[in-house]
Design a protein around this ligand. Structure first.
Ligand SMILES: [Zn+2]
Length: 335
């Protein structure tokens, strides 16, 4: 009881202090009926001769991080710029464009969207407005027409106001990509050759990766995690393992993931994700086939191989549960 009131006292003091140090500008914008978004500055990191990287913060989208929770990047080709992902609001999209213009005067010709999750593409309208051609996997079309897409937009208008507001739109691709025979789509711009690789069905129906051949840099979207336990959620780990198989023969020097740190040792990082997914599938698959209870299966599984990696505590139980449900489906062959 005593500890509880002490804790309350400290929390109240912190809240009061935080309120006291609020800059007047923030209090001021709250008074307006329709506050307009304050511009942001983003600083990209140069990764290789042609490739630049924007590294988002860790965590969930909130007003305090302004939805900058994903990564993105761009490639300066000699005859235009190719952008990969557009971050989580038009304000972030505008900030990316200003940052690109500080690096090069070449026009932004193309935006490639890894997948249609809010944190990766709500900046797309900024690129559309400057004439970039937008490419995305064709299965993203169904998402844009879904109730889920509208629901997510409502949430973000609430959580990220005024950066995401009534003027923020769900922007379709100008070219919806299909991959007959699962062959990559190759294109060249300036002095640079690219491969767009279909890894759809793993994290979302429309996942794409982009490989920059000359620099051997791979933009991997949400299928690659550096030095940590991956976020699995309701991903299809069978398709994910197949995606890792497609990545390996590229031998990228650097992998730029959709969240978190870049990787300069992609084989090692991919091996951790592969081992982890394979282990989850084996253990949770056996439990699902035996009709064992999830809690019991989780408790009796030896997690020691993975327990010391970052994000294990936060993610493992949910990852295991998602895999348990997936394996139930696979064992009943209803997938
Ligand atoms: Zn995602």
């Amino acid at each position: 009881m005593q500890e509880r009131s002490a804790r309350f006292g400290r929390a109240a003091w912190i809240a009061a202090a935080a309120f006291a140090i609020l800059p007047p500008a923030i209090g001021g914008t709250q008074a307006h009926a329709a506050p307009s978004a304050v511009p942001l500055e983003l600083t990209p990191t140069r990764i290789s001769e042609r490739v630049y990287f924007f590294r988002g913060e860790s965590g969930v989208a909130s007003a305090s991080n302004r939805g900058y929770i994903a990564n993105a990047g761009f490639v300066v080709t000699g005859d235009g710029v190719v952008v990969f992902d557009s971050l989580g609001s038009p304000v972030l999209g505008d900030a990316m464009i200003r940052a690109i213009r500080r690096v090069t005067r070449q026009p932004v010709r193309r935006l490639i969207i890894s997948h249609y999750h809010a944190d990766h593409f709500y900046g797309a309208q900024s690129f559309k407005a400057i004439g970039a051609e937008i490419w995305a996997g064709e299965k993203g079309k169904a998402y844009l027409e879904s109730d889920l897409a509208l629901q997510r937009m409502q949430e973000r208008r609430r959580d990220l106001a005024p950066d995401v507001d009534a003027r923020t739109r769900l922007v379709p691709a100008d070219r919806w990509l299909a991959f007959p025979g699962e062959k990559p789509i190759r294109f060249a711009m300036g002095n640079t050759h690219f491969r767009v690789i279909d890894v759809g069905g793993a994290h979302s129906p429309e996942d794409l990766m982009l490989f920059v051949e000359e620099d051997r840099v791979l933009f991997a979207g949400d299928l690659f995690f550096t030095g940590r336990i991956p976020y699995v959620g309701n991903a299809d780990s069978r398709a994910w393992l197949a995606a890792l198989d497609k990545m390996a023969p590229l031998h990228p020097k650097v992998v730029l993931p959709g969240h978190g740190d870049l990787s300069t040792d992609p084989e090692k990082d991919a091996a951790l994700t592969r081992d982890y997914l394979t282990y989850l599938r084996a253990k949770m698959g056996a439990a699902a086939r035996d009709l064992s209870d999830f809690d019991e299966a989780y408790r009796t599984t030896d997690w020691s191989r993975f327990a010391s990696y970052p994000a294990f505590e936060q993610g493992n139980r949910l990852n295991a549960y998602g895999t348990y449900l997936l394996m139930q489906g696979e064992s009943l062959d209803i997938k």
